[in-house]
Design a protein around this ligand. Sequence first.
Ligand code: UD1
Ligand code: MG
Length: 447
Amino acid sequence: PLLDPLPPLPAFHAALGLSIFAFIATVYLVPALGETFIKARLFGRDLLKTYDTPIPESLGLVCASIYILVLILFIPFAFSDVFVNDYENRSQHGLVVAEFPHQKLAVYLSSILSLLIATMLGFLDDVFDIRWRHKLPIPIIATIPLLLVYYAERGNTNVVVPIPLRWLFGTLINVGPLYYLYMSLLSTFSTNSINILAGINGSETSQALIIALSVILNDLLYLPWPFGVQIPVHLLGGHAEFKIGGPWGAGMAYGSREMVERHLFSLYFMLPLVGVCAGFLYHNWYPARAFPGDTLCYLAGMAFAVVGIQAHFSKTLLLFFLPQIFNFVLSCPQLFGLVPCPRHRVPRFDKETGLLYPSKAIFEKPPSALTTAILNVLSTLRLINLSKNPETGLPETTNLTILNVFLVNLGPMKEDSLVQVLISTQVTGSVLAFAVRYGLAWLLYDG
Ligand code: UD1
Ligand code: MG
């Protein structure tokens, strides 16, 4: 069959137009609805300011509503080529030849279902402060429809073994059900890891925005651009040819039309997310006039899990979460109760200087030998500052978060500087992710 040189344009234009609409709607609706949220007692105090004004919280619900609505409006456009073909077939032959792609519809519907569950969970968490043990499994259950679609598509469950280990395991290992377990855990990781890297103005929203932009950039590499580029990669003695673009299925390194379709799907889901996040960041930027709440964190996290699973690039996706992985691993001693975990681990605000300082976790009883060992290692790595409480003689540590790591190493700073450090780290992480994915991968994998 003849291959089109470009993605179906009506769908692409619709996605772009609806994303701009999502951006404008968010910019306009967030301040317009702020009062209503305060009336419904959905507000929080900005912990790092001198003033006490209630700031409307959970405005992520507005973002989620706009996002999901826009995606639903988009569905017919995603099938625009079917309608056109149908129409042509009818007028030429008087009958319908083309089969409707039910599989593709299942991909869209299951994705929206997962996003709805994530929004509901996030909003309930904002209203009721759900306990960890209750909220961790919910995203996992929310991915079941996605996993079934993955199964129906005969999705890959093979893991490519890095060259140095092949003598032991062979080239491919089929991990089967474990791969499904991994994909469902991905959703609970992506939702919660954004939520625990939070507490300073703009942090949650900018993380979501940068990850979404990184995913978009990655998707663009797979599209059938009318021109093709070949980039020879020479890295650490390795050599490979990396091709971008070219007509459907022909010029690309990874080739199939299926792959192009999947990355288009991811693009269609990420563009409106960028729209709502960019619109919301305008109000959430220091000094914040609206808080995202857990709703935005869960929505964005689930959107990433959805595209990672449905477009089959979950491992590349994880590379865009480097700061979140770091923050999560570092947080583990507090999340699993080895080190006391206060309700808020955000940096400490000093009213006199207007600067942020690392916040502390204070031990009430002597830590175990294991905890002491962990803390000593972290302190040697300059990830925490350890001290002794002058009154009780018990140890104190700075809270185990990436934000505190910045403050420990770079010294106290203003809130907007700290969010800029976080943004720079996220961007650097993405640059590193691309280097690893398309540069170093050639060292470990041959293709
Ligand atoms: C997570 C973190 C917690 C952090 C909190 C901040 C873990 C295990 N939990 O909890 O340490 O303190 O996020 O969001 O790491 N707020 C601000 N400025 C902001 C954003 C939020 O002061 O820019 C404050 C407001 O008072 C707001 C509250 O944080 O009401 C929201 O906290 P919430 O999202 O409910 O906390 P968690 O997600 O449970
Ligand atoms: Mg939160």
